[in-house]
Write a protein that binds this ligand. Structure first.
Ligand code: LLP
Length: 448
């Protein structure tokens, strides 16, 4: 009946999230409210880890793409579950470090890292920097050399990695795969701002520069072909292209690159039409392809990284709203207005993202109405969903939008100076605040 493992119905007939009554949560914390089910979050992490163990014999690491949902508690949980972390900014890095996340399991991404961010990554001694372009490669090389000179460690002839001086890198590559998803989240094809294209020769040029750099250690390659992908094929194709490139690099430089990061992008179910594959299916297919290609090239299987973002916190999250005005425009549509919108969930206005809605007091009732759920922001496009089925609702009812655990809180804004809602974590029916809701004082915090 429901699309998310986080959801249930209790004896009162109310919707539950992680065993907690949605109406009670709304009452206790107010709305809008982000609710995360800890069990679902951890189970998703464990499932990815388990399939890494079974399909790659544990020779790899699952990196949580923190852009999907980042706060100190998310970083702590990822650390406890033994995951690595993909960070893409100084802010994500800072959050991870403040939460005590082990720096050696952090991969620093980004297509235009600032000088400050590169220095922060070096100061923290993150495990790897994922280099996006030649400008960045040169800058990083210069920074690492300058630091070595300053520390008096420059010029030491050593083929071995010197901790504190050297920097391990991956190169972000564009395998040229079109992942058949929304244009805005398609990143693997040549016309993308991310990474080095393989077919133009740019990627090989970058390998050459990386191999020459004194204190940079090229450990491997990375690609991320898109997001919310339901097909296995783009992933197996990307793995094929990258494996082939690794073999070419081995032939040309005699250098064994032993890490392959295949990015994230695994699709999740937002509404009943979405047909999400179990993650293990992706892992099974991709690992099979990799095994045969590496065998063909006479190369050992690499250390494999994957970077699931949405598929870890997405299904764990539910957003609760209170219904305000219900406006019926005869022969056109009925607007059900809620007390949140594009400030806490900009995904409909950005991508036309799909969501389903449930009346929290009676989620099993038949959804007899077709409504448009509108937000409270001063913008006509501020909608959560258009022409969606919903149980009859009246002002004051609580509405639940499932599958809002990824890219909702993390992309929230203060548009119209509306404070961002709190995030509450629920486990076995018990709830705790993991991110406090903002106050008006918070809104004014940086005003001069
Ligand atoms: N790794 C890299 C390098 C990425 O760029 C991304 C997402 C991921 C991993 C995680 O991808 P996921 O497993 O979440 O699909 N804001 C958009 C999604 C943008 C994704 C950007 N990169 C949305 O709300 O749909």
């Amino acid at each position: 009946m429901f699309i998310s493992e986080a959801l249930g119905v209790n004896e009162a007939g109310h919707l539950t999230i992680g065993g907690a009554d949605a109406l009670a949560l709304a009452e206790q914390y107010g709305t809008p409210l982000y609710v995360m089910d800890e069990e679902v979050l951890r189970t998703n992490m464990r499932n990815f880890k388990a399939s890494m163990d079974s399909y790659y014999n544990g020779n790899g690491l699952v990196l949580f793409a923190s852009k999907a949902f980042m706060c100190k508690e998310a970083a702590r949980i990822a650390a406890e579950e033994g995951l690595g972390l993909d960070v893409v900014s100084g802010g994500e890095l800072y959050t991870a470090l403040q939460a005590g996340f082990p720096a050696e399991r952090i991969y620093f991404h980004g297509n235009n890292k600032t000088l400050r961010e590169l220095n922060e990554a070096l100061d923290a001694a993150v495990g790897h920097i994922v280099v996006d372009n030649l400008t960045e490669l040169e800058t990083l090389d210069r920074l690492v050399c300058e630091r070595a000179e300053k520390a008096g460690t420059a010029g030491i002839e050593s083929k071995n990695f010197v901790p504190g001086r050297d920097c391990r890198i991956l190169l972000r590559l564009k395998p040229g795969i079109d992942a058949h998803t929304h244009d805005f989240v398609r990143t693997g094809q040549i016309d993308s701002k991310f990474g080095f294209a393989i077919e133009t020769g740019e990627a090989m040029e970058a390998v050459e520069a990386a191999v020459k750099a004194a204190y940079l250690f090229l450990d491997g390659f990375h690609c991320h072909i898109g997001s919310q992908i339901f097909d296995v094929e783009p992933f197996t194709l990307a793995a094929e292209v990258l494996a082939g490139f690794m073999a070419q690099v081995k032939g040309r430089f005699g250098k064994e690159i032993d890490t392959l990061n295949l990015g994230g992008g695994f699709g999740i179910q937002y509404d009943k039409q979405d047909d999400a594959l179990p993650y293990a299916e992706f892992m099974k297919a991709v690992s099979g392809t990799m095994r045969s290609i590496f065998e063909e090239h006479g190369l050992p299987m690499p250390y494999v990284l994957i970077e699931p973002g949405r598929s870890i916190p997405g299904p764990a999250g539910v957003t609760l709203y209170t219904v305000g005005a219900v406006k019926t425009i005869p022969n056109i549509r009925t607007y059900v207005t809620v007390d949140g919108g594009m400030g806490d969930n900009p995904r409909y206005i950005l991508y036309g993202a799909k969501y389903m809605a449930l009346k929290a007091s009676d989620p099993l009732a038949e959804a007899t109405q077709t409504v448009t759920i509108a937000g409270r922001y001063c913008e006509s496009g501020d909608l959560i969903q258009e022409f969606t089925k919903l149980q009859p609702v009246v002002p004051g009812d609580i509405l639940a939008i499932p599958a809002t655990g990824a890219y909702n809180y993390s992309m929230a804004s203060n548009y119209n100076r509306v404070p961002r809602p709190p995030v509450v974590m629920v486990k076995e029916g018990q709830s705790r605040v993991i991110v406090r809701g903002e106050s008006y004082e918070d809104i004014l915090r940086n005003d001069v």
